[in-house]
Ligand binder design. Structure first.
Ligand code: SAH
Length: 347
């Protein structure tokens, strides 16, 4: 059976090599080739003996995904649709900000969380991604950016899937890309976004990684949130916020709350009021997202004026809130849209 070189931490690669009778120090050499020199074939690892290169070529894999489509938006946003070895597809996005390039990776093929406004969950969960498939998304983006001497400066686990429902792979991904001998992405520049899987939030807090936790809240009361997000039936808002306080107390990291505004669902000023009350004692930032259109979901976006009124009301109530700048508006940049489009075309 082959293993993916992109699926191992440096320590795991050392163990793997030692078990094969190879010297431990080869792991660091391989890591440097993979993540700093960023080669695309083991035969390019010229400081390894030929026998080891051949062994790696035979027993390991590197890139396994195939690019199906790539869309480039006017603002520079690049969206990839990748086909995995089993023919399933995932999306990855590069976003250009003033402060650098941020990459949005997927953690699952599809999603089982069932949020009413989200395209990723339309066909349910197909499978978890392997760590290597999450790392590969980042590597492919970095390879593209290398052509213009740019680097990935931040990563968000906000593509399709629920990262905390694929917990081990998501965490190992963080460990691999933050490795000081590897891509060296700072923990502070990684954001994990969750629907609010409470036990996993406690677990993540206890791991004491310095990553940012973003929680998809989307409503200020349980009735509204329960209609939008089935997960709220398992973990209501009070239970979720208790876990969020714990995360802050443990890590000292300010949380982000995502709030997609949907006309007449959750966009009235009294919703802002409820939200402000809920978050009044938690150091956090609220990211307001004008809902993205999904043809299968008949949801209307809140008007520009109402978005402004909603945000101003939150700010007036002492909440740190901003409207997420829309990226890639002229391409299908919202979660799951490209994949959904692709599967509509293939039926
Ligand atoms: N499962 C995780 C991460 C993936 S979704 C989570 O739920 O947080 C990333 C973010 O996009 C979430 O906040 C999600 O609620 C939001 N989102 C999904 N569909 C959307 C849509 N149609 N418009 C705006 N935001 C959407």
């Amino acid at each position: 059976m082959t293993v993916s070189l992109y699926g191992m931490t440096l320590a795991e690669l050392e163990t793997w090599l030692v078990a094969k009778g190879e010297p431990k120090y080869r792991a660091l050499q391989i890591y440097t080739w993979l993540y700093q020199k960023r080669i695309t074939s083991v035969q390019q690892m010229t400081n390894l003996p030929k026998a080891l290169r051949d062994r790696l070529a035979y027993e390991t894999t590197m890139e396994t995904m195939e690019e199906v489509t790539r869309q480039v938006a006017k603002d520079g946003t690049i969206k990839f649709l990748f086909a995995l070895h089993d023919g399933t597809t995932i999306e990855t996005v590069i976003m250009r900000h003033d402060y650098g390039n941020s990459v949005c990776v997927s953690t699952q093929v599809g999603c089982k969380m069932g949020c009413e406004f989200c395209a990723s969950t339309l066909g349910g969960l197909i499978r978890n991604l392997a760590v290597s498939e999450i790392v590969e998304q980042l590597v492919v983006c970095q390879h593209l950016l290398d052509k213009t001497n740019e680097r990935v400066s931040s990563v968000v686990l906000m593509g399709s899937g629920e990262p905390l429902d694929n917990y081990d792979a998501s965490l190992k991904f963080v460990d691999i890309v933050t490795e000081s001998e590897g891509l060296r992405i700072g923990q502070r520049h990684i954001t994990v976004s969750t629907v609010g899987l409470v036990p996993a939030i406690y677990r993540l807090a206890d791991e004491l990684r310095g990553i940012t936790l973003a929680v998809s809240l989307h409503a200020g009361d349980d009735d509204t949130r329960g209609r939008m997000m089935p997960v709220n039936k398992a973990y209501d808002i009070a239970t979720l916020l208790e876990a969020c306080h714990y995360y802050y107390d443990k890590t000292g990291r300010r949380l982000t709350f995502e709030y997609a505004l949907i006309r007449d669902h959750n966009d009235h000023l009294e919703d802002a009021q409820k939200l402000a009350t809920l978050l009044s004692t938690l150091p956090c930032h609220v990211n307001i997202i004008p809902v993205n259109y999904v043809p299968e979901r008949n949801l209307t976006r809140t008007s520009k004026n109402q978005i402004q009124a909603f945000v101003q009301h939150l700010q007036h109530l002492g909440i740190n809130a901003t409207v997420r700048r829309e990226m890639g508006g002229d391409i299908a940049a919202a979660c799951g849209q490209l994949r959904a489009e692709h599967s509509r075309e293939s039926v």
